[in-house]
Design a protein around this ligand. Sequence first.
Ligand SMILES: [Zn+2]
Length: 321
Amino acid sequence: MIYQKLKASALEGPADTLKMKDEEQYRWLPQNCPICEKPPSKFVGMRGGRAHRQHLGVECSISRCGSCGLLFPNPMPIPLNGPDQHYGVLPEDYFQHHDMNVKGGSALKLLHQAQELTGGKGRLLDIGTGRGELLRAAIQEGWTVKGIEPSNAFADFAVQYTGAEIKREPVERCGFDAESFDVVMLAAVLEHLYNPDETIREIARILRPGGALFVDVPNEKGLYFRVGNLYQKLRGRDWVVNLAPTFSPFHVFGFSPRSLRALLKKYKLKPEYWHVYAGKAMVPNRGGILGGLERFAANAITTLSNFGELGTYIETWAIKV
Ligand SMILES: [Zn+2]
């Protein structure tokens, strides 16, 4: 859902801030699988620039880890100007399609799940606070909270909206005490990070035993991505529809049920609740007969992907053993 909405906002937002123009704005670093610490074994296709219907971003070569199936660009494009190169936009532009009341409602559901899993309302860390809807709901519900939001524009907004303490650094650099949180939230964040392995390792350190981590990520092995890639292949292109390393929503690592389980297992985080789901159809906005066919296909795929682990998103609560 977030994937679709952020993508839409990129198309409608201020083009010069969201659309990266050339590869010189990046450092290009050889990338190993951060989970397995091995070089990728398979090239899967190109993404961005020439290899994108709207020429968004710059062209990247997308690879897959042979052991866990994680997808990532190799080399990895690292923005030279830091996170603000991608996220230095006003929150009202970036989140223009997100209704704050709707987000507050889903926050309540998550907080009740957290309470059930950990046995009470305790200390909660929200990584990737955004505008702070979850933090605000948590404070109102009686949790003790902290937030992390590396983008200054979002952090300023969240401080005003919640009154909570918001750190502006990656969790690995915040220096939290070991076992000092009951719950850590990582909603629509992991796929944006350049060091997902270090982040999960640090979360496992700062969670108390029996504490819970919430993660949700796009499922890059879902039916929508599989059919999208097949469609490109049938049209004779070497493009893939996985990831968005240099354009909104800036997904740099592509998880699947297998790779997410591998990462959690590596740090003794045991999935207690696991849900792969379709979400809303990512319907292309093109007109004509081809556009109509694409819309029909997108809706059909979304319905079919409710079965098995073929959905477009994965969400899980994992308990620190
Ligand atoms: Zn791997």
